[in-house]
Design a binder for this molecule. Structure first.
Ligand SMILES: O=C(O)[C@H](O)[C@@H](O)[C@H](O)[C@H](O)COP(=O)(O)O
Length: 262
């Protein structure tokens, strides 16, 4: 058994935001110091809204969000136009990018190439090339090491667009994978592969609401749960993984949570 992930719990999503901010700023500052750029992968779902609460606020003496240094990638994306209501890019734009106050800088964002909407394999290959350009100066780079991955957890234990039981979970070479039959609509998507997900230098999950408590119990308290996509990231990512949850999401979970602070 490796080191367990960190589980941080807060009374509500609003109260979670300041600690999520600290976590993101720590990752940002370490990355900028290391290579003068901050490479982040984000999911869709409820995450962008919580992230906006964490980031788009005045500094409280806890350091500054330096969006100029951010490169934002999509941990998963739906094969739809960028202005489509299912687009994760649109969601991140609406919740975060369009609301960045002056003075926080402008991030570089890496959306999917919509030329390939009808061919998800090609879309995945092209997005992988985007990552190669951003991460791999040398051929020896086997995987892109994201400074931070910010992920959600589905009610079935999926993360990114890696769903339980999917053959994609066995992929070891490709960085970005196509999906044509996602159980969560829309069916056509691309996603980071599991090894890319668990090699994140830091990995943050955000899960809030009572709708998550059954799956949280499975992931943290059972052996079968450890085989679900979120559980696999926990096992492989060890203590590089931190969960930010609210109390309703961990009601009944036996795994020890640190309550109220980072
Ligand atoms: O594009 C997607 O479908 C998301 O990236 C997906 O992986 C999401 O993060 C989870 O389904 C959790 O979603 P909620 O936070 O909304 O429950």
């Amino acid at each position: 058994m490796g080191k367990p992930p960190n589980l941080y719990a807060f009374p509500s999503a609003d109260e979670l935001a300041p600690s999520l901010r600290t976590f993101v700023l720590d990752a940002q500052n370490a990355a900028i110091e290391r290579h003068n750029v901050f490479r982040v992968g984000v999911s869709g779902g409820s995450l962008p809204q919580v992230l906006a609460k964490a980031l788009l606020v005045e500094s409280n003496g806890d350091g500054k969000v330096q969006f100029d240094k951010w490169h934002i990638f999509f941990a998963d994306e739906r094969a739809v136009p960028l202005d489509h209501q299912d687009s994760n890019y649109r969601l991140v734009k609406k919740e975060i990018l369009d609301k960045i106050p002056k003075g926080m800088g402008t991030p570089t964002v890496h959306p999917i190439d919509v030329k390939y909407l009808d061919d998800v394999q090609e879309m995945a290959d092209q997005y992988e090339k985007t990552l190669v350009g951003a991460f791999a100066a040398r051929d020896s780079v086997k995987l892109p090491l994201f400074d931070l991955l910010l992920l959600g957890c589905g009610p079935d234990g999926h993360t990114c667009s890696l769903f339980p039981g999917s053959p994609l979970l066995r992929e070891v070479d490709a960085w970005v994978l196509p999906i044509s039959d996602s159980p969560k609509p829309p069916p056509k998507r691309i996603t980071l592969s599991l090894p890319v997900a668990y090699h994140g230098i830091r990995i943050g999950f955000v899960a809030t609401g009572a709708g998550k408590k059954d799956i949280m119990k499975q992931i943290f308290d059972t052996e079968e749960g450890a085989e679900l996509p979120c559980g696999l990231v926990n096992t492989k990512g060890e203590d590089r993984v931190s969960w930010f949850v609210d109390y309703p999401a961990i009601e009944g979970v036996a795994f020890p949570a640190r309550r109220g602070s980072l």
